[in-house]
Design a protein around this ligand. Sequence first.
Ligand code: FMN
Length: 232
Amino acid sequence: MDLGKKTDSFERCNQGYSCLDLHRLWRILSLKLQIGRWLRSILPQENPGLLAASGSVAAIKFGNLCHCFSEWAEVKAVATKASLHFIDRASLPKDLKLYTDEEEWSSWGKIGDSVLHIELRRWADIMVIAPLSANTLGKIAGGLCDNLLTCVVRAWDYSKPMFVAPAMNTFMWSNPFTEKHLMTIDELGISLIPPVSKRLACGDYGNSAMAEPSLIHSTVRLFLESRPQPSD
Ligand SMILES: Cc1cc2nc3c(=O)[nH]c(=O)nc-3n(C[C@H](O)[C@H](O)[C@H](O)COP(=O)(O)O)c2cc1C
């Protein structure tokens, strides 16, 4: 038995890691991170996903949500005009493309040009609307499409998954319209990630806060990974 080695590792455990060890560990971790990024940039990514935010105060967590998804899938984002009041663009992943209603119109000039909401609908394999405001829920249920987000939804192919995570004041959530609208979108095949109970931004305690971004991400990921694959 090599007692020298044993004592050495015992001392390390006892004394903690030296600066040199930490430096090496740091270099290995950052190398791993760089390789991961490089692989993601050269390999075709699965599940291109469109993340969308509407005008709930919970959109302050949209950056966090985008980070969760972009670690794992190729992601683009759409934001309504109202949601932009809550989204801090600096919190979004650096390479994430965020589309707004402005781009929908500025990218189109004449007949024959591509139409952004149709391109996004073609590109995305999944769509996640988080947060889903009462207004956007009502518009989707009624088939209305007066902005980029609702145009993508109106053009959506419902054989592809779509998830929504509502977030609103409890008075809005308990309004009879909410149940009607949720039933309608359920019939379309849209999956609900239910809201959770907590103190809301307005100070009220309620059961209508958006599920945490990490929960939204894991729900979607679990769904996709447990789907039968073509080769199964
Ligand atoms: C400060 C503030 C917070 C709001 N929070 C919410 C919310 O949490 N949920 C919601 O459904 N609407 C909320 N609203 C109302 C929406 O922003 C409003 O209905 C808006 O038209 C939604 O537009 P959109 O669905 O196109 O994003 C809030 C409005 C304000 C001014």
